[in-house]
Design a binder for this molecule. Structure first.
Ligand SMILES: C[S@@+](CC[C@H](N)C(=O)[O-])C[C@H]1O[C@@H](n2cnc3c(N)ncnc32)[C@H](O)[C@@H]1O
Length: 238
């Protein structure tokens, strides 16, 4: 287990372009996870998944990583804790099925993707992120988790691309997450138009209310977000 973790640490290092500060940050996380597993005298198991995810994302600051991007669409925001993602996605029927494909449109650090893949067992988990620094951290988080999970290949794929230009990548999704509270309504409208090309039965979790004939509101979920108490609306495409 530990040898594999060291090998993967080297892989993560080769992925990171930013220099030594980020590298020592990742090394520190590998050590922290190893100590936690040693303390439990266990390899990764179901009970330890959430604590490991918490270590991976602890002190990672999406706001800091979006510095220099001044449009409202790049304002960073998340659910307050990983538990909030789990509680919200627990309302999904599709994530309980075998072979579900989950997509986070604007995935930031990749928290939703790791939750969907590791806690909910999504068969495929796709993250689309336009900001390279966030994309890089999402990739590093995935590799970190995977380095301790030698039972299963996590099928998470991150793409450093624009939601509007990448429909081909995410059009087969069974569950889509769109955290877009600060985005311009025109941009959201354009993204929602693309939802017409998703399959019937696809679930959409969205932080904004969508009014569209072919999208049926199933549930309004209260969630703690980094900007305060918010709502996540769950729709099913007809
Ligand atoms: C509010 S954050 C949400 C992060 C993540 N979905 C979460 O909830 O944990 C929105 C993210 O979408 C990204 N984003 C904004 N416009 C985008 C676009 N057109 N294509 C891809 N990513 C985009 C931003 O860079 C930011 O990381």
């Amino acid at each position: 287990m530990f040898l594999q973790a060291i090998e993967i640490t080297d892989q993560i290092m080769s992925l990171l372009p930013q220099g030594s500060e980020l590298k020592s940050f990742i090394r520190h996380k590998v050590q922290e996870i190893q100590s936690m597993l040693k303390m439990h005298n266990s390899a990764l198991n179901e009970n330890l998944k959430l604590p490991i995810l918490n270590i991976i994302f602890k002190d990672l600051d999406g706001f800091q990583l979006t510095k220099g991007y001044n449009s409202s669409q790049h304002d960073y925001g998340e659910m307050r804790s990983l538990r909030d993602y789990i509680d919200a996605f627990a309302y999904s029927k599709n994530l309980k099925k075998e072979n579900a494909c989950f997509t986070d449109l604007g995935c930031g650090l990749g928290k939703a993707n790791l939750v969907a893949s590791s806690i909910f067992k999504a068969k495929k988990s796709i993250g689309i992120e336009i900001i390279p620094r966030l994309y890089t951290m999402a990739c590093a988080g995935k590799m970190l988790f995977q380095s301790f999970d030698n039972k299963r290949e996590l099928s998470i794929e991150y793409f450093n691309s624009d939601i509007m230009q990448s429909l081909q990548i995410w059009k087969d999704s069974d569950v889509v997450y769109l955290n877009c509270l600060t985005w311009s309504r025109e941009v959201v409208r354009e993204i929602v138009k693309l939802f017409d090309q998703l399959k019937a039965g696809c679930e959409v979790f969205c932080t904004l209310k969508i009014r569209k004939n072919n999208m049926k509101l199933i549930k309004t979920i209260e969630a703690e977000m980094t900007w305060g108490r918010g709502r996540v609306y769950l729709y099913v495409l007809r």
